[in-house]
Design a protein around this ligand. Structure first.
Ligand code: PLP
Length: 464
């Protein structure tokens, strides 16, 4: 006890350390508050160690100064950073969803550093609208009368429901009340819109007559159809098609909104899966409005895109909420550039990273996996290395029932646990995110770039 008291009493004052020349220099560069914070944190850590009985002599001041400087360096490093995605999940919401095509990056660069005609009509020399830059492009690509772009798809759903269902009922099938990642629940958004959620049908079966009896009795603002984008109910099921629903809606003069989530823009034959409704298809089937994300299957920036009938889009545009939910100029620039690639589907598949990853053939993946496998083997990293066939999900709430063929490299360390290896790679200078299965660390090259292979090999070797 006496030793502990003596150690605690001998902890230096904050000011004593702050006068160290290294910390005074640091304060001039990074500000006094940051240095003060680092010194306090270091002294707190020392106090905690003493109280735990981990320390028998106090460290010299120079040691504490050094530790504070190190902490300062860590604190001032960027917190939002590039990571390498070795999970094979192309649309990984926690890892930022879609990486952008290079033309989208160039478009951001072009408008971000200076002024732009964001809301200025260059022909008229007067105020314009940020929406006009991509409305025609979207209408041509998808086959619709009008388009409106907002901050994300959650905002798109909110805006549509707030515009058409405030104080009214929203009809939605019980089987479509989905929760997507991060506890975003469709029912919660609906409530925020001021509409009242009315569930029709049962979890596995909803018939047209379920909607019809609700329409007869109530004050209905919207018929909502939500694409069950991250799960499938299979077996004894029945759902009403968009065509049937929108025809019914026309009879009762109630608009049908399809929340597609994933937003496949091209015909389904272009994609490596068959099980995903596309945007043009939903519009052809008669949906009055369709909404989807910009950064899921579309492969662009975060955005919410609303397409459909001119009168409905105009009503949403005039809603004051539209101003609060608007898209920012950097995303708009990236979205326009990404959409232009879709004018030629072949070009879209080659240049949009998400589509390139998803469409990569098994043979290409085998060759690329063998490359990384060979590099890791040759490095002499202290682990067992295997290459195995393994399918990968698309992710990001898209195509839940179908996985794509591929391979993984499976690592089993000789001297440390798999969990330890996984954690060390996360702490790498460029963090590598990989998953563990059957006591192996799995690396999937489908979401990695060839240029990063040597970096990955070095990090694995170092970690082991
Ligand atoms: C992903 C998704 C959303 C939310 O889209 P964000 O762009 O993430 O806001 C809404 N509805 C469905 C069906 C989705 O899959």
């Amino acid at each position: 006890m006496d030793l502990q008291q003596a150690l605690l009493r001998a902890i230096p004052q904050v000011d004593e350390l702050l006068h160290a020349p290294e910390l005074e220099d640091a304060a001039n560069l990074q500000g006094r508050a940051a240095v003060l914070g680092a010194v306090r944190a270091e002294l707190d850590a020392l106090r905690a160690s003493i109280l735990c009985g981990n320390i028998r002599t106090n460290p010299p001041h120079a040691f504490l100064v050094e530790a504070a400087l190190k902490r300062l360096e860590q604190d001032s490093a960027p917190k939002l950073r590039r990571v390498l995605n070795a999970t094979g999940v192309a649309l990984h919401t926690n890892l930022g969803r879609a990486p952008l095509a290079s033309c989208a990056l160039e478009a951001i660069q072009a408008v971000a550093g200076g002024y732009s005609n964001l809301e200025y009509d260059l022909e008229a020399g007067a105020r314009g609208s940020r929406n006009t830059h991509i409305e025609r492009l979207l209408c041509t690509l998808c086959g619709c009368e009008a388009a409106l772009v907002v901050n994300n798809n959650a905002a798109a759903v909110l805006l549509a429901l707030a515009t058409f269902a405030r104080g009214k009922d929203i009809l939605v099938s019980r089987g479509e009340l989905v929760e997507i990642g991060d506890s975003f629940r469709i029912p919660d958004i609906m409530e925020q819109s001021g509409g009242r959620l009315v569930e029709v049908g049962t979890t596995n079966k909803t018939h047209l007559r379920d909607y019809e009896s609700a329409l007869k009795g109530g004050n209905i603002g919207v018929l909502l159809k939500v694409h069950t984008s991250n799960f499938r109910i299979v077996g004894f099921t029945e759902a009403v098609s968009v065509r049937e629903l929108s025809e019914l809606g026309k009879v009762y003069k109630v608009p049908t909104l399809v929340d597609l989530g994933s937003g496949a823009l091209m015909e389904v034959s272009v994609y490596p899966f068959t099980d995903e409704p596309t945007v043009p298809q939903m519009l052809r089937e008669g949906a009055d409005l369709v909404c989807f994300s910009g950064d899921k299957l579309l492969g662009g920036p975060q955005a919410g895109i609303l397409l459909g009938r001119r009168t409905l889009i105009d009503q949403m545009r005039k809603n004051p909420l539209a101003r609060a939910l608007r898209i920012d100029k950097l995303s708009l620039a990236a979205l326009e550039a990404t959409l232009r690639l879709y004018q030629n589907p072949l070009q879209a598949k080659e240049q949009i990273p998400v589509l390139r990853m998803l469409c990569a053939g098994v043979e290409t993946l085998r060759i690329r996996t063998e490359q990384l496998y060979g590099q890791i083997l040759q490095s002499g990293a202290a682990c067992e290395v295997q290459m195995i066939s393994q399918s990968r999900p698309v992710g990001g709430g898209s195509v839940p029932a179908q996985e794509l063929d591929g391979f993984v490299i499976a690592l089993k360390p000789h001297h440390i646990s798999v969990g330890e290896l996984e954690s060390r790679l996360r702490y790498a200078a460029v963090p590598i995110v990989a998953r563990i299965a059957s006591d192996r660390l799995l690396l999937d090259v489908s979401t990695l770039e060839d240029k990063d292979f040597s970096l990955i090999t070095d990090e694995i070797k170092d970690a082991l």
